[in-house]
Design a protein around this ligand. Structure first.
Ligand SMILES: [Zn+2]
Ligand SMILES: [Zn+2]
Length: 177
């Protein structure tokens, strides 16, 4: 499952699929970018995000990216793994950002819709969003789910009472006007 089209989440997908035979799934709105058919729309930065992003980009390999993977498109589906995996659309970080909820195991993977701060581990809205207001609106969707463990694209997971931690964090963001 690719949670969205950003290179740091997609770069190894074709190689992994080739060596394991795994199917690669992505939300239909991010699929054309992952397939290399459309450019990825760039983030709309908050001023404080610019130096963070410049530092992050220095860690990415330069030059050509790996060949794009073959993908299967999903859209709010219930998938047959992990005891029944629910795809939760959380647009804002990218248009096709998704979280994956495994209710049977009490596990939620948020992709970059939510993150844990590298400074103090606190749970926060993801950074480098295409549409921050939409990302804030979407934050309440995963926060409403029941999960004991939440894993992020970046930062350490929350182990235990994760839904409560997520809801407290989401409530700290102003509702979009
Ligand atoms: Zn991202
Ligand atoms: Zn990321």
């Amino acid at each position: 499952m690719l949670t969205h089209f950003h290179e740091d989440h997609v770069g190894g997908a074709a190689e992994l699929a080739g060596s394991t035979g795994a199917e690669v799934l992505v939300h239909r709105l991010d699929a054309p970018v992952v397939r290399g058919e459309a450019p990825g729309p760039p983030p709309v930065f908050e001023d404080w995000e610019r130096p963070l992003h410049a530092a992050a980009v220095r860690h990415l390999p330069q030059g050509e990216y790996a060949r794009p993977p073959q993908v299967t498109e999903v859209d709010g589906d219930l998938l047959d793994f992990g005891g029944g995996a629910r795809v939760v659309h959380v647009p804002g970080h990218t248009h096709g950002s998704i979280a994956i909820h495994l209710p049977r195991h009490g596990v939620l993977c948020t992709g970059d819709a939510v993150a844990a701060s590298p400074v103090d581990g606190s749970v926060m809205l993801g950074v480098f969003n295409l549409d921050r207001a939409q990302a804030i609106a979407s934050y309440h969707r995963p926060a409403a789910l029941d999960a004991d463990v939440v894993c992020f694209g970046h930062g350490d997971p929350v182990l235990g009472r994760a839904s409560v931690v997520l809801r407290e964090s989401a409530d700290g963001y102003p509702a979009p006007a």
